[in-house]
Design a protein around this ligand. Structure first.
Ligand SMILES: Cc1cc2nc3c(=O)[nH]c(=O)nc-3n(C[C@H](O)[C@H](O)[C@H](O)COP(=O)(O)O)c2cc1C
Length: 183
């Protein structure tokens, strides 16, 4: 069966190295549409998508993540991150942060939206990796960081994703067919 959507789903794999090529304007527009087209519980659309293409802003995000890890007191983890140069976003030319007004379904909505972005990126030959790690930048007491990154009042970090031209090839993960329960 020839099916480009299924091919994109089945060939996806987290990419952690990117070419030094910006995401093209038409690709950016397609990714924005893919984000906005995501379904949300009761069609609330209470999430915002922060598109970071400025490398300085991305570095600032990585610094805020390291600062957040240090502030959390997880010294070993902070040292490990620093030793890797704090490259949480893998120098991707695009990082999208999804923040949302907290609600029961907000994390589910964000998960759906991030996968929409991932699959749209994959369909255009771009690689991606979903990032939970940036949560460290937006923990308790991070109001000024949230403002700096454009979070509306009361919105919280949900998830992020790095996107760019892959600099590596990777095989999709293996799975266990027994995880499907048929009735
Ligand atoms: C909710 C979530 C958070 C993740 N956070 C990170 C992260 O912070 N850093 C990272 O390198 N990968 C992160 N990943 C990627 C996973 O490690 C990856 O999806 C998993 O190892 C399976 O590999 P695959 O995506 O190549 O199939 C995250 C994935 C998900 C779904």
């Amino acid at each position: 069966m020839q099916n480009q959507v299924l091919d994109t789903v089945l060939n996806r794999s987290s990419i952690r190295a990117y070419a030094d090529t910006p995401v093209a304007p038409e690709q950016l527009e397609a990714l924005k549409k893919a984000a906005l087209a995501s379904p949300t519980a009761m069609n609330r659309q209470d999430q915002r998508f922060i598109f970071i293409t400025d490398p300085e802003k991305r570095k600032r995000l990585e610094q805020a993540i390291v600062d957040g890890v240090i502030a959390s007191g997880n010294v070993d983890f902070a040292e490990r991150m620093k030793s890797r140069g704090g490259r949480v976003t893998y120098d991707a030319p695009l990082v999208v942060i999804i923040c949302a007004k907290p609600s029961h379904f907000a994390p589910v909505d964000a998960g759906i939206a991030v996968e929409n972005i991932v699959l749209a990126a994959g369909s255009m030959g771009l690689g991606s990796v979903i990032l939970g790690m940036p949560a460290s930048a937006f923990g308790p007491g991070s109001e000024s960081v949230k403002r700096e990154f454009g979070f509306p009042e009361g919105f919280e970090f949900m998830i992020a994703v790095s996107v760019g031209t892959p600099a590596v090839q990777k095989t999709p993960h293996e799975w266990d067919e027994s995880h499907i329960i048929m009735m």
